[in-house]
Design a protein around this ligand. Structure first.
Ligand code: CU
Length: 488
């Protein structure tokens, strides 16, 4: 076993040299100061980029606590922009959730909340345009440890991101893939790419816990493992009554998966956990150390099923129709001869105009509309035909079992975009996908709704307030695919 070092993360910022592994540190949650600041961050030797950070690193300072503990965090804004902090996935009082508390440059804000559920969560900026802030690096893990987590041979966080950079590390605007969303040309895990990624060190017989978090603003990450199997135990922090095995994991933006990996390989063999786009640099080598240990049994105890009885046959309380519209600015007298078409013209196969970037230079807030953008029109993302803040809120009662059908009708553009929908302040049961019950009871806070498909979810709000509901592809969220759940 790797000896444990205790580092009080409230005092010491975790440096690049320390992997995000609980074998390397365990946190003291008492009082954490997050210095939000711009720093230069080395993604790999020879490639450094300017980032916005929580505490000087990307990902930012990990917050590691135990179930039932209270978190006290003071965010100090030394960024050139206002910001907010959202505690993604945590069920906490509304006034601590973050999006409503703008922290201006030079100001600070203190959060305090008790965390009653264990699991893998993360925190990130929710200040609009959110894309710029998260894309610049304002994200970090918040891990609420369950007692059984201590029994793994290792407990590791892998927070995945992608970056669109030139060879000098300058942030490029637009997208690497020709689509409208911000896709990168380099992928990172824990802020590092390629040879800078720390291998997963194991010994034969061990059992490791891996916590994957997708912090990308648009990219779905498909993660494969060679010579081993993932045993998926948690989705978005929630323990599965029926864990399952797979050698591939898929995470949409905002999603998390916890998986066990049993060290069944051999010294000298080459194994890896890698992206299905390995050329972008996301490869975690699995490195066997000499020797072996007695087989470590899984400490995971699946919870009792807790799905809402009879929910499948209930009529949804709300239906959310997701879509998008390409709009030509009405004041534009330079409209191209063949205007880009939106969803008003179903069946037209004209691809959308070239990628639209309204989130230009690094650190810049929303920029002035350029003549190029006027030529291209702009994309608006909609729920029931409206964009935030014009989408009517979902008004619910505290404790009410709410069933929501989310329909992705965004099928007429060439892209056929998926929309991973996230709700703040609650967890929800996946009731069905395209009318079919999931293979196993699943609770999440972010669910991908593929183009042309629909998903039914159910939840109860336990804390009063106005909670965000939005697509976690942040281009879409900033472009209007957001509403609120108002719980009274
Ligand atoms: Cu979306």
């Amino acid at each position: 076993m790797v000896p444990k070092k205790t580092i009080a993360i409230g005092v010491i910022a975790v440096t690049a040299a320390i992997a995000l592994s609980f074998n390397s540190f365990s946190g003291q949650a008492s009082s954490i100061k997050l210095d939000m600041k711009e720093v230069n961050w080395e993604i790999k030797p020879g490639l450094t980029t300017k980032v916005w950070s929580y505490g000087g690193t990307v990902p930012g300072t990990p917050i590691i606590i135990k179930k039932g503990e209270t978190v006290n965090v003071t965010g100090v804004n030394n960024l050139p922009s206002a910001t907010t902090i959202h505690w993604h996935g945590l069920v906490i009082p509304n006034d601590q959730d973050g999006p409503g508390k703008t922290i201006k440059p030079g100001e600070k804000y203190s959060y305090s909340f008790k965390v009653n559920e264990s699991g893998t969560y993360w925190y990130h900026s929710h200040y609009r345009p959110v894309l710029d802030q998260v894309d610049n690096g304002l994200y970090a893990p918040i891990i609420v440890k369950a007692p059984e987590d201590e029994k793994y041979s290792g407990d590791h966080i892998y927070i995945i991101d992608d970056w669109y950079l030139d060879s000098n590390g300058n942030r490029l605007s637009g997208t690497a893939r020709g689509e409208m969303e911000r896709f990168g040309n380099i992928e990172t895990v824990n802020g590092k790419s390629g040879s800078a990624i720390e291998p997963l060190a194991v010994k034969k017989g061990q059992l490791h816990k891996l916590r994957f978090i997708n912090a990308s603003t648009a990219a779905v990450h498909t993660i494969k493992i060679s010579g081993h199997r993932f045993r998926v135990t948690h989705t978005d922090g929630h323990a599965l009554p029926s864990p399952y095995e797979s050698d591939v994991l898929t995470l949409s933006p905002g999603e998390r998966i916890d998986a066990e990996v049993a060290a069944i390989g051999d010294v000298g063999q080459v194994y890896a956990i890698e992206s299905d786009r390995p050329e972008l640099g996301l490869i975690i080598p699995i490195k066997y150390q000499d020797g072996q240990v007695n087989l470590v049994a899984s400490p995971f105890v699946p919870p009792q099923a807790k799905g809402f009885a009879g929910i499948e046959s209930r009529t949804p309380d709300f239906t959310l129709d997701l879509n998008s519209v390409m709009e030509m600015p009405s004041h534009n007298n330079m409209a191209p001869a063949s205007p880009a078409v939106g969803h008003a013209s179903h069946g037209n196969s004209t691809p959308p105009a070239a990628p639209i970037n309204s989130h230009g230079g690094h650190g810049a807030p929303a920029q002035a509309v350029t003549s190029e953008m006027q030529m291209q029109g702009s994309m608006r993302w909609t729920i029931n035909g409206q964009s935030y803040p014009n989408v009517p809120p979902l008004e619910v009662k505290l404790g009410q079992i709410v069933k929501v059908r989310i329909v992705n009708n965004d099928i007429s553009t060439a892209e056929k975009m998926d929309h991973p929908i996230h709700i703040h302040g609650t967890e929800f049961q996946i009731v069905s996908q395209n009318g079919k019950a999931p293979a196993r009871e699943t609770w999440k806070d972010t669910i991908n709704v593929p183009a042309g498909e629909y998903v039914d979810i159910a939840f109860t709000m336990t804390n009063p307030g106005t909670w965000m509901l939005h697509c976690h592809i942040l281009d879409h969220e900033d472009g209007g695919m957001m509403t609120t759940v108002v719980a009274k």
